[in-house]
Design a protein around this ligand. Structure first.
Ligand code: F6P
Length: 342
């Protein structure tokens, strides 16, 4: 078989581990050939590919990013996009595609399969961990560890200067990174987008923490909002999938907290640091297992399916399930962390 591979959407640690597992098992154990499409859906749309064999995947297991490149290109926003992709696969003598991506990439993969019969297997990835169809996505554990280490460091400088330190973390539709990193790093307040927060209550937590001679650390998800919303408008720039670029909540909180408590506050926006660098062992193992099962699925002609972690098993689920349900932080889980607030 000749199989195309692409990585779409925002990059995340572990993508190279998936690519390596697919190629190593596919070439060495199944005798397949691979075509590496560059930059997500842009590759098959524009016929931009590169060789992908065992020599190309040597040494990439610990490397962050993706050797194939990534983009947020939406094939359904391009003129005749789906037909161009189908034609390209035919021209390249590709029997099927393995698409590694988040809700946008996999949503496009599901439509390409359902509406245009493009043979595709999906592998879920996102640091946000917000895909309902899988218990965990790789990249999440790495992002949480990076944020936790940052929080550990911020505790000491916050205490030295008696300041409020506010850490803004990623999470477009869900507060998983904020919740896990906050809990692991001993944050004094965690703010997530699932539950709009009461600014007065946040300021009370800040005051209470200072009463105990310690400085507070607030972890805030980039999409979090105060009750009633913020007065300032957010960035209105949209990507091809219609998402706005989030961010700015930590700086807004910095000003509001200083004004209301009289305490000095500083914002740290972790941004893309959370998506870069080497994956943790957990993410390397999960990504590798997803890759191994994706090649089995392609081998068996299980097109229109996606690998998913259910408990400790990797299972195949319908690709359409990838985007069917957004997994957000439940209120009951969030309330467990409230014991440590203030
Ligand atoms: O979806 C993953 C994610 O990292 C989000 O947490 C974040 O909002 C977004 O991507 C950032 O996207 P970009 O790299 O395009 O700015």
């Amino acid at each position: 078989m000749r199989i195309g591979v692409l990585t779409g959407g925002g990059d995340c640690p572990g993508l190279n581990a998936v690519i390596r597992a697919i190629v190593r098992k596919g070439v060495e154990h199944r005798g397949h050939e691979f075509v590496g499409y560059r930059d997500g859906w842009r590759g098959p749309l524009e016929g931009d590919s590169r060789p992908l064999g065992v020599p190309e995947v040597r040494g990439i297991l610990p490397r962050g990013g993706t050797i194939l490149g990534a983009s947020r290109t939406n094939p359904f926003k391009e003129d005749g996009g789906a037909q161009r992709i189908a034609q390209r696969l035919e021209d390249d003598r590709v029997d099927g595609l393995i698409a590694i991506g988040g809700e946008d990439t996999l949503g496009a993969a599901a439509r390409l399969y359902d509406e245009h019969g493009v043979p595709v297997v999906g592998v879920p990835k996102t640091i946000d961990n917000d895909l309902g169809a899988t218990d965990y996505t790789f990249g999440f554990d790495t992002a949480v560890n990076i944020a936790m280490e940052a929080i550990d460091r911020l505790h000491t400088t916050a205490d030295s200067h008696h300041r409020v330190l506010i850490v803004e973390v990623m999470g477009r539709h869900a507060g998983w990174i904020a919740f896990h990193a906050g809990l692991a790093g001993g944050a004094n307040v965690i703010l997530i987008l699932e539950l709009p927060f009461d600014l007065e209550r946040v300021c009370q937590f800040v005051g209470r923490r200072f009463e105990h001679q310690f400085a507070p650390i607030l972890v805030v998800a980039e999409g979090a909002q105060p009750l009633g919303g913020m007065s300032e408008t957010r960035n209105e720039k949209l990507d091809q999938f219609g998402h706005v670029a989030l961010g700015g909540i930590a700086h807004w909180l910095e000003g509001e907290i200083e004004k209301r408590t009289g305490k000095e506050a500083r914002a740290t926006v972790l941004g893309h640091v959370q998506r870069g660098g080497t994956p943790t062992a957990f993410d390397r193992v999960l990504a590798t297992r997803f890759g191994l099962h994706a090649i089995d699925a392609a081998d068996a002609g299980d097109w229109g399916k996606m690998t998913a972690l259910r408990g400790t098993d990797i299972q195949l689920v319908e690709l359409s399930e990838a985007t069917a349900e957004l997994k957000t932080v439940p209120e009951s889980l969030y309330s467990e962390a409230e014991v440590f607030f203030g």
